[in-house]
Ligand binder design. Sequence first.
Ligand code: NAP
Length: 290
Amino acid sequence: MDLVVGATGMLGKQIALGLAKAGRKVRAMVRGGAARVEAKDLVAAGFDLVDGDLTRPETLAEVCAGMETVISGATSMPHGRDDGLRRVDLEGGLALIEAAERAGVPHFVYVSYSWNLREPSALETAKRSCENRLLPGRMTAVVLRPSFFMEAWLSPALGFDPRQGKARIYGSGEGKISYISMRNVVDFAVATTLKVERGPVALEMGGPEALSQLEVVQIFEQTLGKSFTLEHVPVEALRTQHASADPLQKTFAALMIGYARGDVIPEAHANAERFGVKLHSVADYARTFR
Ligand SMILES: NC(=O)c1ccc[n+]([C@@H]2O[C@H](COP(=O)([O-])OP(=O)(O)OC[C@H]3O[C@@H](n4cnc5c(N)ncnc54)[C@H](OP(=O)(O)O)[C@@H]3O)[C@@H](O)[C@H]2O)c1
């Protein structure tokens, strides 16, 4: 049985469902357990639902007991309440790795992010600390390092609104990004759970092509047959936000600076081939808005 932590999340839920589709038995860790509305699909899928919380390490030993794999896509973002980046992403992430190792779990798949994103932030500290704890540890470790998810960064939550024909451009809009579909991140998580390789694996993951924000706007304009209105966020404004003492604001700014700079994953095709993943493009995503 495989444990999915963050199973009510956008990514975690799809990983849990993807594992089940691949024939695996799934345990889903949910804060508050089966009573949570967000757990409805997980209950309906017949998963073993367990109540656990990364900020309560005492809950984690039992949750990890007997698992073949632990897959974690948990994060306190985007709300980061109650110092969440430290308590959930950093301390909680490390506590989970510790608990899994102690429980004798053989395999751990951790969702990090692209190695190109190195701007200091509480999330950066959390991700790299968990990676550094996991990779040399006793479990066979997989660190997934996806680039920016198209479903998140090309969505109204971040100012990109195909229905309204609006796009927020961070920086000049010319830095290229290997946007990845969340569906492909799920494919990688499932594939690396099923195909355990010897030794630790850190996998840089991106979509089939690197595109600038301005090229993405063009693709949407052509696909939807309308022009977009652009709103520009200068890098200087992001730098000012990055100087904030608030870890959440600093983290948002660090991610947006990374986005403005660009994030090209040269190994995207080779890694997709290695794990049998068929990559979805931004054009495929744009067509879903027709
Ligand atoms: N968006 C991107 O472009 C991008 C790019 C690269 C990597 N990533 C990574 O992808 C992963 C998944 O992102 P997502 O958008 O799917 O996140 P999400 O929808 O915000 O889900 C986060 C999950 O973490 C859980 N969680 C939060 N606090 C917890 C705690 N104290 N104990 C246990 N679970 C807790 C949440 O559970 P509750 O329902 O209880 O809150 C939820 O299930 C993250 O690690 C993120 O850093 C994202």
